[in-house]
Write a protein that binds this ligand. Structure first.
Ligand code: GLU
Length: 306
């Protein structure tokens, strides 16, 4: 891995960092890389390493994966203060953040299902036109539900029509009055580093509360980083683009802004990022095959760094 694995000082005297896996599969070498980088950053500066369990997706989260995550981390020599923050125990805090955004007039109920969205977008694209997509490749919301009257919204909700809650991105951007940015000591996919300008508009009207879950990744991670006083967010570069959304939510909700370090990913021989569904690179499987913690550290590209 060509990347320099020493994460520079961010200026916070006693940094608080977090490793925040979702318990929907076994940890792989890429997770180990992130956890070890976080742990080393905290340890060498007298700071704190926190473990957070990101389990808002109640259909996918499984207690046995949480147990396995803790076993793998302990085996790697990583410890953390208890109690661990488990997101599924904090839905009311995410609800307060949603209420605040609603009060600001920035939230609207979106009634189109995933299938309806896909149909509208593919019909549009079938006519040879380009429909905007977010940095993850998902189409921007094609509905115009933000224009529905309050009484029509209330009527549909009272009638039990399923809906997600989305951010009215244009309204949020119109009210900004300043260009948002964050301090990046790693790099984005195009080498972005230093003070990086946020581009939340690229995401369109993001979902802040899903149909099936009264929160979303973007909302819960932003609230939790503030609640846990995280000073330095150290995570994979696949989440670099998401930081623009997190920065916007911090601004709208009046939350502090951590420093960010997005690190390079561990890739398979074909250059693909590792995935939880590919059990072969799980830490548990490698451990069973006789790998030592030092072997995992080497596979994570961190044998050289302290
Ligand atoms: N829960 C996310 C994941 O497992 C990580 C979130 C973050 O570090 O911001 O990919």
């Amino acid at each position: 891995m060509a990347e320099n694995n020493t994460i520079p000082e961010s200026g916070f005297a006693k940094p608080i960092v977090r490793f925040a896996p979702s318990p929907n599969g076994l940890l792989h070498v890429g997770h180990a890389r992130s956890a070890i980088l976080n742990r080393r950053f905290a340890k060498t500066r007298g700071g704190t390493f926190m473990l957070r369990i990101e389990d808002i997706d109640l259909t996918r989260a499984r207690p046995e994966f949480e147990v396995a995550i803790k076993e793998d981390l302990a085996w790697l020599g990583i410890d953390w203060p208890e109690p661990v923050r488990r997101q599924s125990e904090h839905f009311c805090e995410y609800q307060s953040a949603l209420d605040e955004l609603r009060r600001l007039g920035l939230l609207y109920p979106a009634f189109l299902s995933r299938a309806e969205i896909a149909t509208i977008v593919s019909e549009f694209e079938g006519r040879g036109r380009v429909w905007p997509r977010d940095p993850d490749g998902a189409p921007h919301y094609p509905g115009n539900d933000r224009a529905l009257s309050m009484s029509e919204r209330d009527h549909r909700i009272a009638a039990g029509k399923p809906h997600a809650w989305r951010l009215d991105m244009q309204a949020a951007l119109d009210g900004l009055g300043e260009k948002l940015s964050w301090r990046e000591s790693g790099a984005g996919p195009k080498g972005e580093t230093g003070q990086v300008g946020a581009d939340p508009g690229a995401w369109g009207d993001i979902i802040l509360a899903r149909r099936d879950v009264p929160a979303s990744y973007h909302l819960s991670v932003t609230v939790d980083d503030a609640v846990q006083s995280i000073t330095d967010v150290i995570r994979g570069e696949d989440l670099f683009a998401s930081t623009s959304v997190h920065r916007l939510l911090q601004h709208l909700l009046g939350l502090p802004v951590p420093a960010y370090h997005h690190h390079g990913l561990v890739r398979d021989p074909d250059g693909r990022k590792l995935s939880k569904s590919d059990g072969a690179t799980s830490i548990a499987a490698l451990r069973q095959q006789g790998a030592s913690p030092a072997d995992i550290i080497a596979l994570a590209g961190l044998a050289d760094a302290r």
